[in-house]
Design a protein around this ligand. Structure first.
Ligand code: 13P
Ligand code: SF4
Length: 349
């Protein structure tokens, strides 16, 4: 059993030994002790772009969650290997949509809407769903480009199926001008469309999925902050519910939240509604600003936090020893279709 310091020394040695053969992308929600070793830190869009552009690294050790590592494998060459240090680092939102449910939903929606609907999937989804979306003329989106992608989708078809996050879908569609009463919800457990009114009026079908971390930011949290800190600005990730986003002063993707706080005046006050590691890092990097979590009990993403130093080191030692530990491989057939969906996004991102 190594101490934290010993693990850090060994990771540093391996990084020096492997040089450019090794690349470690790290998502902003990763723990501090892990993100310090990231060659690039970013949100899901930036990391996808960085991996797509990297042709040198033979080994990509992805410090993030499973769907991000799958995306990296899809966007890199056959010679490059992608690893996830802990296979249990999934995403509870991505788990809320599987390909069988998606096929059933699509069949039902095609019956209702014929050729007038196009699918969009948040990157927080399985490779199989990205492939389904690619095959059906749709694209992936991230929280950073959701507005542009929803607008693009409406240039393709009259209607959109947005999966798997109902909140990002609802918040984005609302921002681009779709009234809430023209949005329906698809319940994948009961294979049922939830909508009151005439189906011809539906412009967006939202998959009934959500992020268990961002759902913890509540209306009450916004009321409490307003009472306690009347000067404070509330900024939340669009994975928060419509009600919470409406009560906030601002909403934005992970990158957008970071940029806004970087640009803010010293002395400004912020209540941030997003993952705990990022909020804590913002607090540490901006001692001149008063920053708190919108939910005082802090909201960690448990799966992001599964990537820790022992797992990172284990992955790296595997590479040094020529073993393949936790490699993420998306099969050729899935890659071929999923890349269509990803490229439609990356061309516009
Ligand atoms: P970003 O697209 O903002 O990186 O978000 C990914 C994610 O999982 C947010 O919960
Ligand atoms: Fe998934 Fe939410 Fe964690 Fe992001 S924060 S990886 S959406 S569970």
């Amino acid at each position: 059993d190594l101490t934290q310091n010993e693990m850090e020394v060994r990771i540093t040695q391996i990084k020096e030994q492997l040089g450019e053969k090794l690349f470690i992308p790290g998502h902003h929600y990763q723990r501090d002790d892990v993100i310090q070793f990231a060659d690039s830190a970013g949100d899901s869009l930036q990391l996808a772009q960085i991996c797509a552009d990297n042709e040198k690294a033979e080994h990509i050790v992805f410090c993030g969650v499973h769907f991000m590592a799958e995306t990296a494998d899809i966007l890199t060459t056959d010679k490059q290997k992608v690893y996830l240090p802990d296979m249990r680092a999934g995403c509870s939102m991505a788990d809320m949509a599987d390909i069988f449910q998606t096929d059933r939903a699509w069949e039902a929606l095609e019956k209702l809407f014929g050729e007038t609907i196009v699918p969009l999937t948040y990157v927080n989804s399985t490779a199989a769903i990205k492939a389904f979306v690619g095959k059906n003329g749709g694209a992936t989106v991230t929280s950073s480009n959701a507005h542009a992608m929803v607008q693009w989708a409406f240039t393709q078809k009259e209607r959109i199926l947005f999966l798997p996050d109902q909140h990002l879908g609802r918040n984005t569609a609302f921002d681009v001008g779709v009234p809430l009463n023209e949005m329906a919800v698809w319940d994948p457990i009961n294979d049922k469309l939830e909508f009151e009114g005439s189906v011809e009026d539906i412009k967006v079908v939202l998959w009934k999925g959500h992020c268990s971390v961002h759902e913890k930011f509540t209306i009450q949290n916004t009321i409490d902050v307003r009472n306690q800190y009347p000067e404070m600005r509330i900024i939340v990730h669009p994975e928060c519910s419509r009600e919470v986003v409406a009560l906030a002063d601002d909403s934005g993707s992970t990158k957008n939240i970071i940029d806004k706080i970087n640009e803010a005046k010293p002395g400004s006050q912020w209540a941030v509604g997003t993952e705990m590691n990022l909020v804590n890092r913002l607090i540490k990097t901006h001692p001149d600003k008063h920053i708190i979590s919108l939910n005082p009990s802090m909201c960690p993403c448990l799966t992001m936090n599964r990537i820790d130093l022992p797992h990172l080191l284990w992955s790296l030692e595997g590479i040094v020893n020529g073993e393949t530990i936790n490699q993420i491989i998306v099969d050729e057939e899935t890659t071929k279709d999923a890349i269509l969906a990803l490229n439609r996004m990356l061309e516009r991102a």
